[in-house]
Design a protein around this ligand. Sequence first.
Ligand code: SF4
Length: 276
Amino acid sequence: MDPTRIELHHHDVDGRGPPTFDWPITAGYCRVIAAAFGVPLYFSWRSLETTEGSLATVGGRSNPGTRLHFPQVTGDLRLRWCSSVAKIDVMRSMICNSPRFLGKRTLVVTGERAEESPARARYATFEPHRIDTRSGTRGRRHVDHWRPIHGLEEGQVWNLLRRYGVVPHVAYQLGFGHVSCMHCIFASPNQLATIRWMAPKRFETIAEYERHFGCTVKRDAPIHAVADRGGPYPAALARPDLVELALSEHWSPAIRTSPERWRLPAGAFGDATGPG
Ligand code: SF4
């Protein structure tokens, strides 16, 4: 397929504000991936980058909500509101507010896998997207949603990266088995211990929110106590250069390599907590 007919979209969880939840390097990783494959890249949060290069703001109130609670650690997206507010609704708003999708056929491609959770196992591999209006009387948009790796096992996904020589996100190389938000509410004790060791100030920001809200991310303990139950990944302890890369905004190493030189990252088949 002509790469110019493909767009890469990244939902910027921190919305260009101070780094709080997401990996600082993730936007930079997306940029080099898009450049390597020759596809345009758009970022979106409560604002959207348009094809004309401007910013559009969609949805929400002018004053931010102040419920002072973390999203709940549950598969229920109504209570785990971060996934919908920071990702799913952002994609929906982007398509609904872009006239260029009207009268066109669009395929939204995402990477959920059934193996990741019982909730994800129930997702369809192919279905009309929730904002599809192909049967409407006006403003028709034909939008389908395809999850091409839904039925793949983890090893098959790594084999795809090896085949195309794609260097995995640095968090996998540091030992994380699942790359989601850096401070994902589902983070395991080992993940939290690693983040606390790597970025103590960032970690303390979340701990301070817990004290301020009078409510912890995990139901049973503050994040410091959860981190105390685990330990930093050896791969992270051994590679200060990768830690520096993970906490930077620009991806400087090569993003493609040959299948022969490609290496399975330390986090593969490991601690894969979190829905992404
Ligand atoms: S990765 Fe974790 S914290 Fe981020 S949106 Fe998903 S569930 Fe929420």
